[in-house]
Design a protein around this ligand. Structure first.
Ligand code: ASP
Length: 482
């Protein structure tokens, strides 16, 4: 990736000469500060008739940063379809004829399944040890009386979520089995153009794998034309990614300033945060601790032992992708940056990175799987319920399966948590509707989403380096190009 720092030594007082990840980090810091500043201003100017949320929404600076942030997000997303299509088609076309094609697929999926399972079990262990939803008095924090109020706010939020996450739990029927089946239904796109319009990546990936496979079997004269066409699209998409990345520091700043200012204002006006304050902070602590141990501990050991790479160097190579994931809270929006990091900074070959990373962005969500488990059990604890081993195993299983179907967009995992809570309620006899506790999770969702998305994206990055190593490549062997 082209960085302004490449030819000159960095000057501390001239951020434009810094390396890209330092620039993004500065943007991130300034974004958090600006978000807090905007929220602080709105709160101090607020009155009975003019609430802080309204002041914030109408403030020209807030409108400006929102527009800038939305534009940056749109710029990242506009590259996704041509990039994913062309990269997977080319990757499959180049490896389809080779021996070991199936082996690579199995390695990739095996790595994803194992790391997700480890993440969930880690989350399960910590939520059972810290027990964030259990009060010191032993009384349930959520009661039947409080539940009705929750369900009112829950309905509106639920509709919004179902729309964004594309996992319509109502339409797909009532049983857990049909909900899980629904995830598999998404594998076959009935109309590839519809999938492209709706950014349905799972459908696009399956279509591209089949297309690339049959493309590789074309007679030479057609093969050259097809390959040239997709290669052209791929290179153009990478050029566009480079351009968008140049704006990443300012894009991240604006994105965070707008989303966090909303969040800060909402948090300070939310009575529930006062009511459940301690439990919520314990919950956030449990999630962040589990994600940190997974990302810096477990994944480092896995990368050192199985991929034989320096974990620190691995983290450094993917830092622009991690910071983009953290700022956007969207795996989909980070695909292009992650792909660039894998190829240009970590030295993973194009044919492997192009297959493993877009696939991972859709089916591999370590952070989300972990979060689903911790969040669902937190709600269960808040209702004062104790789950036995078999019931907890059910939570692990559903978290693993649903994390495959969760879309790589902000807040998508809340729908999966709903599925878990529904299923646990049924296991418990159906008299207690645990799903009514879901709004509690909305309070801190954005900051926790930022953290879990970074872990999701890192899992895909590690997958690419691991598979490259196992396929005989030497990723991360040279210095990281800046
Ligand atoms: N925001 C996450 C992602 O894009 C999904 C989620 O956990 O809500 O990876």
């Amino acid at each position: 990736m082209t960085e302004s720092a490449s030819s000159r030594p960095p000057d501390l007082w001239k951020p434009l000469t810094w390396k890209l990840h330092w620039q993004i980090l500065l943007g991130l810091f300034l974004g958090v500060m600006s978000g807090w500043g905007l929220a602080f201003y709105a709160q101090s100017a607020a009155s009975e008739s003019n609430p802080a949320a309204k002041i914030l929404a109408e403030h020209p600076l807030r409108q400006l940063v929102q527009t800038g942030g939305d534009m940056f997000l749109a710029a990242l997303k506009m590259i996704v379809v041509p990039l994913v299509l062309s990269s997977i088609i080319l990757s499959i076309a180049s490896i389809a004829g080779r021996q070991g094609f199936a082996r690579m697929g199995i390695r990739t999926l095996g790595f994803y399944a194992m790391t997700s399972l480890i993440a969930i079990v880690l989350g399960l262990f910590l939520v059972n040890t810290i027990r964030p939803g259990v009060s010191t008095t032993g009384k349930a924090l959520l009661t039947a009386e409080g539940m009705d109020e929750f369900s009112k706010s829950f309905r509106a939020e639920n509709e919004k979520l179902q729309k964004s996450a594309k996992m319509d739990s109502e339409k797909s029927g009532d049983t857990l089995f049909s909900k899980v089946l629904n995830v598999f239904k998404q594998l076959i796109p009935s109309n590839i153009f519809k999938s492209m319009v709706e950014l349905d990546l799972l459908g696009i990936i399956v279509w591209a794998i089949l297309f690339g496979f049959f493309l590789s079997r074309l007679p030479a004269e057609y093969l050259a034309i097809q390959k040239g066409f997709w290669e052209g699209i791929y290179r153009i998409s990478l050029g566009m990614t480079d351009l968008v990345l140049k704006f990443a520091p300012i894009g991240v700043l604006m994105l965070l300033a707008s989303s966090l200012s909303d969040n800060f204002v909402a948090l300070s006006g939310d009575n529930r945060i006062r009511e459940f304050g301690t439990a919520l902070w314990y919950f956030a602590f449990t999630v962040v601790l589990a994600l940190t141990i997974h990302m810096f501990g477990v994944m480092s050991v896995i990368m050192f032992v199985f991929a034989k790479v320096n974990p620190w160097k691995n983290l450094k190579a993917f830092s622009p992708a991690l910071l983009t994931a953290f700022s956007t809270a969207s795996s989909n929006a980070t695909i292009s940056v992650n792909l660039e990091c894998a190829e240009k900074r970590a030295g993973v070959s194009n044919s492997i990175a192009s297959f493993v990373i877009p696939l991972g962005a859709t089916v591999n969500m370590n952070g989300t799987a972990l979060y689903e488990c911790v969040a669902a059990l937190f709600v269960v604890q808040m209702f004062g319920v104790q789950l036995d081993i078999a019931q907890q195993f059910l939570v692990v299983l559903i978290a693993l399966l649903t994390s495959v179907g969760v879309a790589g967009v902000p807040s998508a995992s809340l729908v999966a948590i709903l599925i878990i809570l529904d299923s646990v309620s049924k296991q418990l006899g159906g008299s207690l509707d645990l799903a009514k506790g879901l709004p509690i999770l909305l309070i801190l969702d954005r900051p926790l989403d930022m953290c879990r998305t970074a872990v999701n994206v890192f899992g895909d990055a590690c997958g690419a380096v691991y598979v490259a190593r196992k396929e005989g490549e030497t990723p991360l062997s040279g210095p990281i190009p800046e």
